[in-house]
Design a protein around this ligand. Structure first.
Ligand code: ZN
Length: 443
């Protein structure tokens, strides 16, 4: 039992008084202590008086392998389709060692920015990388990170009118069989799950309609979530109209995907009618403000989506279009993008809510994303001891407005995974050296 005593500030719902801190027991939050109060039972104490405490951040969209191709000269300064076309042949070189180090690095980087649960959409399966998700599961378990493994897929190569080259796609039977395998092996539907599986055909321009339908059926049968890229660019709209004779949300509905177990990456170019349909169906949208800016894709209609009932989460997206994996930076960018699109009534609390409770809702989780009794003890603690915070008055606003980048402490399921700003059990210098070495193969 541990009492995180008297935090400098704490991000809790509305008028709950948790000024005295949090009591953690057996991997869960046992009690919120009011200001000046004491825990109900005796416990060890962690002095949190210099820390701003958040629920652990939840990243709902990423492509870990792309950490090997950040700021790539063949791809920078391009929009999505040209960017993808430049990178697909490079990504076709991905092998098990590269994916392992990329996963380790991305998870570590995310955790150091305050993330306690991350989704990863892995859809590149060149020959020899059939056990991609097994590698990712091993790495997440070794780090103690909560993770949603997305069994991604592509089965529409260039020769059939798609965007990816033949070398990175798989056939439908192989994809569905491996999807069943990884669900059986890794999907834990219980409260407090450390690993879950979602099924994630990549995008309308890299996947056949048949695979979309079969995947939806399999997800329904196995009780897991569905994820894909949608509404990211005008090019995608045009592709859908030309190939499928309809817009992306019609395509989603026709494929059996318009339901509350689906969350979408990006969700930028939906019209009013589509926003209403997505909200009515209880679909989630992962807002990726940094990637959307880098690829000049547009700005997400966060206000309209939330007003319609869409679950709105946050993601950093892959590290070839971000190009970092810093979730706190993503929170700041989400606030900035919303202020540019709307007005100053969007606040730092909204951006933090998207990265926590909103993201949890996208993933269909009710046990993470908030600081409340009974929730998993997933927490991110930040100190305001860098020059960038000096002179700041509101500690919670300062995290977002001054640009916090690095958590001082992270707890996942009641266990410290970051201490004094460093990941527990990870040799960061060695990881950077090894990852940087293998990334040279992708130059
Ligand atoms: Zn993506």
């Amino acid at each position: 039992m541990l009492w995180l005593r008297n935090p400098l500030a704490i991000f809790v719902d509305g008028d709950v008084d948790a000024g005295g801190g949090i009591v953690v027991c057996d991997g869960k939050i046992r009690q919120l202590v009011p200001c000046g109060g004491q825990p109900e039972t005796a416990c060890a104490v962690f002095d949190a008086s210099e820390h701003v405490v958040l629920p652990g951040l939840i990243n709902t969209h990423h492509h870990f392998y792309q950490t090997l191709t950040r700021a790539h000269p063949d791809a920078i300064n391009r929009e999505l389709f040209d960017w993808l076309t430049a990178l697909y042949p490079i990504w076709a070189r991905l092998g098990p060692d590269g994916l392992r180090l990329a996963t380790r690095l991305a998870l570590t980087e995310l955790m150091m920015s305050g993330v306690t649960c991350s989704s990863d959409h892995h859809y590149v399966f060149p020959g020899g990388l059939e056990d991609a998700l097994d590698i990712q599961a091993e790495e997440a378990q070794a780090l103690g990170m909560r993770m949603v493994l997305n069994r991604g897929s592509m089965d529409l190569p260039q020769k059939d009118g798609g965007l990816p080259p033949d070398s990175v796609v798989q056939d439908r039977d192989t994809i569905l069989a491996d999807s069943e395998r990884v669900i059986a092996r890794y999907h834990d539907a219980c409260e407090g799950a450390m690993l879950q599986v979602a099924l994630a055909p990549c995008s309308p321009f890299s996947v056949t309609r048949g695979l979309m339908r079969d995947t939806a059926e399999l997800a329904r049968r196995c009780g897991c979530a569905l994820h894909t890229h949608l509404g990211e660019t005008h090019d995608e709209d045009a592709f859908c109209v030309e190939r499928f004779g309809c817009r992306p949300v019609d395509y989603l509905e026709d494929s059996g995907w318009l339901g509350d177990r689906t969350w979408l990456a990006h969700g930028i170019h939906f019209d009013d009618d589509e926003v209403a349909r997505l909200g009515k169906a209880g679909v989630g949208v992962c807002h990726c403000p940094t990637s959307n800016a880098v690829l000049a894709s547009g700005t997400c209609r966060t206000r309209e989506l939330e007003a319609a009932g869409v679950k709105l989460g946050l993601g950093v997206d892959g590290s070839a279009s971000n190009d970092s994996s810093n979730m706190m930076e993503g929170v700041r960018h989400a606030l900035m993008a919303a202020r540019l699109r709307y007005d100053a009534t969007v606040t730092h609390r909204d951006a933090l809510r998207w990265a926590t409770a909103g993201s949890a809702a996208c993933l269909g989780r009710s046990d993470i994303g908030a600081i409340a009794p009974g929730m998993q003890a997933d927490l991110a603690l930040f100190k305001l001891d860098e020059l960038r915070f000096s002179g700041a008055h509101d500690p919670l606003a300062a995290l977002v407005l001054c640009g916090a980048h690095r958590a001082d402490r992270v707890m996942i399921k009641g266990r410290w995974t970051v201490e004094d700003g460093m990941p527990v059990g990870v040799d960061v210098e060695r990881l950077r050296h090894e990852h940087g070495g293998i990334a040279k193969l992708f130059g």
